[in-house]
Design a protein around this ligand. Sequence first.
Ligand SMILES: Nc1ncnc2c1ncn2[C@@H]1O[C@H](COP(=O)(O)OP(=O)(O)OP(=O)(O)O)[C@@H](O)[C@H]1O
Length: 332
Amino acid sequence: MSIEVRGVGKRYGDFVALDDINVSLPTGQLTALLGPSGGGKSTLLRIIAGLESADTGTVDIEGVDATTLPPQKRNVGFVFQHYAVFKHMSVAKNVAFGLEIRKRPKAEVKAKVAELLELVHLSQFAHRLPSQLSGGQRQRLALARALAVEPSVLLLDEPFGALDAKVRKELRDWLRRLHDEVHVTTVFVTHDQEEALEVADEIVVINEGRIEQIGSPDQLYDEPANDFVMGFLGAVTRLGPLVLRPHDIEVAVAPGVPGSSAGVVQRALRVGFEVRLTVDVEGQDEQVLVVLSRAHARALDLELGSKVWLSPTTGATTVPALAVPREAVASA
Ligand SMILES: Nc1ncnc2c1ncn2[C@@H]1O[C@H](COP(=O)(O)OP(=O)(O)OP(=O)(O)O)[C@@H](O)[C@H]1O
């Protein structure tokens, strides 16, 4: 294991930011720390980096107890949302900086800088200043700079957070390809479930200072540990005692499936290739959301007021609906 976090707790005054966090991250893995704002993702990342100290617990990095080591002795590289590159230095100089202060031979520095600029696709901008780069190019520069000193761990805190949606998507594909080439153990913080599902080998879902679930993107999506994880990874709706995804509901125009719930279509909204139905179901206050393909909706000949019978599709992912809101359970 490259990173072992054991029993880590952190408080700010009375506020518990992290509560008994245990997680093992294997060497070479790309891990996402995913969760809502304020859940504790950045605090955990900063504790791994050594920028913050834990009140309890330990952090091992590559078999060394790093709990009390300062950041510069942990052999970690960081990139933050607003990473401060040296504004007065060229792109190449920025990448070379960490190597030069370590007094590496000139020829080695030159070769390494060329290799890294190639890797992040910035070779043609080597002599530009950071202010002459786009936001996405600047984050790639920040990554090249962090990788230059060959860290054993790369820590990224919402590295693409400040960029627009299209550039974010490009950089996310690029990060995945970069990781496939260099295999450095990487941990990145995100609150964007699509980003985590697309890029990570493994996702750690963090909420209210606790780990809700650890698993591969498929495991989290197909076998969510609870309604929080399920709801955080995509749209959900409630049908009787179950929480499930709106596309995992079978719609029939006659009763037939045992246990199906009778209802009336209240709204049918066409969005691109899908149709979203809002259905009033007997015996349930909350309306049920159902997503169908356009072709399927057309075949059923549905309109407002149509009577329908709803049931989970075979193989639907479901979790039990809690009778009481989660917050109430947590604070009880
Ligand atoms: N220095 C501090 N002093 C007091 N409270 C803090 C401090 N740093 C963080 N917190 C609190 O700890 C909680 C966890 O913060 P953290 O930044 O780890 O959350 P996060 O999951 O990364 O959220 P975000 O995505 O918004 O950054 C928040 O409620 C935050 O207000």
